[in-house]
Ligand binder design. Structure first.
Ligand code: ADE
Length: 315
């Protein structure tokens, strides 16, 4: 009948314009697509801003890199490495911050990233002084899994530290800041010559030693050991009054465990924070990633956030 024939047509034209056009991907290709709310962090050539995407009302962290500062400080390579690493890793693992878009204008480069609303692991540890065994295990397991994943993709982070471990709304980690990363051209993981990158307190001894400046997975493994120590002790093992004093302590493996440091965590740290990179747990060929995953420190791990002592609603 005419009624049945016209009814669907009338219904289709009633669809609101906003719904009908939502099948197209939202435009996210210029700073004009965002409302910038507040600064989340800043470095010498970059600023991270919380921003709302005006087309969707979704919140993001937008990392803004100044072209003038990148050129002046000779850090253009950092920007290209960060973009290349994120392009390769984004969306492949839940422990890696996702990049939704990258664009530029005359003055700046922009990376649109997952917003991590709970800050970073360094802030969390500073807030509580130190973490319980359960809590440290929860974060350490995610850090190990994420770092082993990026290694399997032929990438070394090279600036693994608690400040670069962000915390999302489910209290899970999002590794960020890939500007210092090493991307092997062919996905191969053999050691390469490299210059010093990274942060003093977490840098591995082989990156300090002029005779063996190489890039390999083992440097991230060292930094994981320092991070586990930091979560439980409340300060990194090689903390010192300045970078030079930290370097001296690192080269001498001059650190000690505070009273009451959990035994299984102590054993793990002692197998990761080892001067010879080839002797670290998880580093091939003497060890393997599965040996690191299966260390007794991780044995009581559960996947239930309710088992961890810190509840976000109490923060
Ligand atoms: N600080 C740096 N990057 C961030 C992010 N993605 N989310 C929240 N804070 C940040």
């Amino acid at each position: 009948s005419p009624l049945q024939a016209t009814a669907p047509t009338a219904a289709a034209t009633d669809v609101p314009v906003s719904l009908a056009s939502s099948s197209q991907p939202p435009k996210m290709s210029s700073p004009q697509d965002f409302t910038f709310l507040k600064e989340l962090g800043c470095g010498s050539w970059s600023t991270v801003m919380e921003a709302v995407h005006t087309g969707t009302d979704k919140r993001y962290a937008v990392k803004i890199l100044s072209k003038a500062q990148l050129i002046k400080q000779k850090k253009v390579k950092y920007a290209t490495v960060e973009k290349d690493a994120l392009a390769k890793l984004s969306g492949t693992h839940p422990g890696i911050v996702k990049m939704y878009a990258a664009f530029q204008d005359e003055t700046s480069l922009y990376f649109v990233l997952d917003l991590a609303p709970h800050g970073d692991l360094a802030d969390l540890v500073k807030k509580y002084g130190s973490l319980s065994l359960q809590c440290a295990r929860w974060y350490a397991a995610q850090i190990v899994d994420t770092i082993l994943w990026i290694h399997s993709k032929g990438i070394v982070h090279r600036d693994m530290k608690p400040e670069n471990v962000l915390l999302d709304s489910d209290m899970r980690i999002k590794l960020t800041d890939f500007g210092s990363a090493y991307l092997s051209p062919d996905g191969d993981l053999s050691p390469r010559a490299s210059t010093f990158v990274g942060s003093a307190a977490y840098v591995s001894p082989e990156l300090l030693n002029r005779s063996s400046k190489t890039t390999s997975n083992s440097s991230d493994i060292w930094a994981i050991g320092c991070t586990v120590f930091f979560m439980i002790a409340g300060s990194p093992p090689f903390a010192a009054i300045n970078d030079y004093q930290s370097f001296r302590k690192i080269e001498a493996l001059d650190y000690s465990f505070p009273e009451g440091f959990y035994d299984s965590a102590k054993d793990l740290v002692q197998r990761l924070v080892v001067l010879d990179p080839s002797d670290r747990l998880g580093v091939e060929p003497k060890s393997s990633p599965s040996q690191l995953r299966e260390h007794t420190f991780f044995a009581a791990l559960t996947d239930d956030p309710a088992d961890t002592p810190i509840q976000w609603d109490t923060l």
